[in-house]
Design a protein around this ligand. Structure first.
Ligand SMILES: Cc1cc2nc3c(=O)[nH]c(=O)nc-3n(C[C@H](O)[C@H](O)[C@H](O)COP(=O)(O)OP(=O)(O)OC[C@H]3O[C@@H](n4cnc5c(N)ncnc54)[C@H](O)[C@@H]3O)c2cc1C
Ligand code: FES
Ligand code: FES
Length: 444
């Protein structure tokens, strides 16, 4: 595919004959760049981690979920692009942080991104599995690493077409393509759809990739809250919440959405598009009465989610942005996620809450759960049970008793467990309010 080009390890490359729906992982390995490993091919193990570079920014991504078409005009670095002498590689070797070595290239790339991005080193490795070394020496090695200061060219995402793979750069272009190809796959970060390329080996004839659409870019702080562009990855939303005290309560929750690799590409719009009952963004959007801006209208998230993996999008309609109001001053905003593992796991149950007070008692409560029904949804009976009461353990228990859900019963959790867990999350909410000094979660 002559026109499809990106920067790989600092040098311009073209995709050659490879279809644009080839995963980056397959393409790299076919070119002999076999440092990037395949463990799971579904975004879970991190063995395929490479880094998306954009000027000063470095974001680790899963090469197994990402396809070549998404990379046009961007820059990627693989472990070969660091080389044996690189201080991050040396730190791993000298720290005894590698045994069989299968996970090591992925860990090296996640670590290299972390030396620039910073933050909790444990969290930086949440998307990387190591089965033989144990994480202690790996974390010790990370502690000796420093940013090498290298910068990459800035991304030049423009409008392009490679056979049936379209990269529109404006909403107008995207809508015209959608009208022309009503059956085309609409691709954003690909952290849901990528499995169809990697695991199911699908090669759809027509793909409209929305990553470059100008109207869908960025997260902007507004007077009322945030405008989250449909193409803005979770990493940008998380950064915006860190920078805005009104949304700071969402930070620990968003840090548990997937891994850094997933958050580098996955989007809120994709969560809405998939409309899974355990989509982690959805309870937050419901608890804050967010609105979805589509190419045709603006509608409340509650009206957008119409059933199990169903939404209100009509043929030809695209999600452009999400408008997320800030909680009113003095309100308690909280989001909780229960999953079998703390990191990189899908929720069994989640709760997002926005509780307002007047004279020390609850004047308005918005409680939205994930994992409790066919779609994420509010719990009006539990909300009513809190009204006029102090938000304490007794009130939380009353709200829990009022829950009217018939939860899902599947391999992740039984219906009985989910109901019990949802009640527990309400008590945790009250605990956060009455005893903000206590840790609401205990870590090993
Ligand atoms: C390892 C792993 C861990 C994960 N962990 C979590 C987790 O902890 N919590 C969680 O909620 N999810 C998780 N996910 C799922 C996934 O990351 C999210 O659902 C994410 O929000 C999908 O966004 P995306 O941009 O990658 O969507 P894509 O895969 O590109 O698309 C998803 C759907 O949305 C549609 N769509 C996307 N953009 C638009 C638009 N602008 N207009 C119309 N339709 C659109 C697509 O057509 C498609 O149907 C995980 C996935 C993996 C692989
Ligand atoms: S191969 Fe496991 S995350 Fe990509
Ligand atoms: S060193 Fe063997 S899996 Fe990590």
């Amino acid at each position: 595919m002559p026109g499809l080009r990106f920067t790989l390890n600092g040098a311009a490359v073209t995709a050659g004959d490879a279809p644009p729906t080839t995963t980056l992982l397959d393409w790299l390995r076919a070119r002999g760049l076999s440092g990037t490993k395949e463990g799971c091919a579904e975004g879970d193990c991190g063995a395929c981690t490479v880094v998306l570079e954009d000027g000063d920014s470095r974001r680790p991504i899963n090469a197994c979920l990402c396809v070549l078409g998404q990379l046009h005009g961007r820059a990627v670095r693989t472990v070969e692009g660091l080389g044996r002498a690189h201080p991050v590689v040396q730190a791993m070797a000298q720290g005894g942080a590698t045994q069989c070595g299968f996970c090591t290239p992925g860990i090296v790339m996640a670590a290299w991104a972390w030396t620039r991005e910073g933050g909790d080193p444990h969290a930086a490795l949440a998307g990387n599995l190591c089965r033989c070394t144990g994480y202690r020496p790996i974390l010790d090695a990370l502690a000796t690493m420093a940013d090498d200061g290298a910068a990459a060219p800035a991304a030049v995402p423009d409008s392009a077409r490679f056979g049936g793979f379209h990269l529109p750069a404006t909403l107008k272009e995207a809508l015209a393509l959608r009208a022309q190809h009503p059956q085309a796959m609409l691709l954003m970060g690909g952290t849901d759809l990528g499995l169809r390329f990697s695991e199911h080996r699908e090669r759809p004839d027509t793909v409209i990739c929305l990553l470059n659409v100008a109207e869908m870019q960025g997260v902007a702080a507004t007077r009322d809250g945030q405008r989250i562009g449909a193409a803005a990855p979770y990493a940008e939303w998380l950064a915006a919440c860190r920078a805005d005290a009104r949304f700071a309560a969402l930070v620990p929750y968003l840090e548990r959405l997937g891994s850094r690799q997933i958050r580098a590409l996955g989007t809120v719009a994709g969560n809405l598009g998939t409309a899974s009952p355990i989509g982690d963004a959805l309870p937050v959007l419901l608890a804050l009465d967010a609105e979805v801006e589509t190419s045709a209208r603006r509608l409340p998230v509650a009206a957008f989610l119409t059933g199990y993996r169903r939404n209100a999008l009509t043929p030809g309609e695209l999600i452009v942005a999400i408008h997320l109001p800030a909680p009113p001053a003095g309100a308690l905003l909280a989001a909780e996620k229960l999953s079998r593992r703390h990191d990189q796991d899908i929720s069994a149950v989640s709760l997002a809450a926005c509780v307002e007070f007047m004279g020390g008692v609850v004047s308005r409560a918005r409680l939205a759960f994930g994992g409790m029904a066919a779609t994420a949804l509010r719990a009006p009976e539990a909300e009513a049970a809190l009204l006029g009461r102090a938000l304490d353990d007794a009130a939380a228990q009353a709200a829990g008793a009022a829950l009217r859900f018939t939860p899902m019963d599947d391999h992740r959790a039984s219906a009985a467990y989910r109901l019990e867990a949802a009640r527990g999350l309400l008590r945790r909410l009250a605990l956060r309010h009455t005893h903000p000094e206590l840790p609401a979660e205990v870590h090993a």
